[in-house]
Design a protein around this ligand. Structure first.
Ligand code: IMP
Ligand code: MG
Length: 174
């Protein structure tokens, strides 16, 4: 299938937003035992830039999820395919993902990590597509950009495994 990609959010705009998020997170968690969890694979570029904008010592780890789809829509069933084994009791946990779409992944991850005895569990997303939400009351505590209902690639996000290594975010037209 042929398609074209168009720059949507530039490298410069991403940099500015990520450093602003880092400043806010640094001041809100200041000196608390923060454990930052990246959701593979989509968040890894955002994650790597974001943690370098947090100006005190944090712990970090990665998880991966898979969600089942029937045709083009998510069924809502999400599974952890890679987990962290660290004890999170008493720690502040910040989950970092690329995008909240239906909200199923965010809800599943918040429920899962809240049941593990963390002092707090919050969600940071680079992008949010609120028009696609299937789950009530799911939103990011820290958000980069609200985006319209368009398929987005780059800066970690893929289409069929491609375009993750773009330095900017782009929309894809089929
Ligand atoms: P949710 O569980 O429906 O909120 O899905 C979240 C996951 O769907 C994200 O972590 C992405 O992996 C994927 N996703 C949703 N929308 C897009 C998009 O526009 N581009 C790339 N991946 C997307
Ligand atoms: Mg994902």
């Amino acid at each position: 299938m042929s398609y074209s990609i168009t720059t949507f959010i530039s490298e410069e705009e991403i940099k500015d937003k990520v450093s602003e998020l880092g400043r806010v997170i640094s001041s809100e968690y200041r000196d608390k035992p923060l454990f930052v969890i990246g959701v593979m694979t989509g968040s890894v570029l955002f994650f790597a830039d974001l943690v370098r904008e947090i100006d005190y010592n944090v712990e970090m780890g990665f998880i991966a999820t898979s969600s089942y789809a029937d045709g083009s829509s998510s069924t809502g069933k999400v599974q952890l395919t890679h987990d962290i084994t660290k004890d999170l009791t008493g720690k502040d946990v910040l989950i970092v993902d690329d995008i909240i779409d239906s909200g199923n992944t965010a809800k599943f991850l918040l429920d899962t990590f809240r049941s593990r005895g963390a002092a707090s569990v919050k969600f940071c997303a680079l992008l949010d597509k609120p028009s696609r939400r299937q789950v009530a009351n799911v939103s990011a505590d820290y958000l980069g950009f609200t985006v319209p209902d368009k398929f987005i690639v780059g800066y970690g996000l893929d289409y069929a495994g491609k375009h993750r290594n773009l330095k900017y975010l782009a929309t894809i037209e089929f």
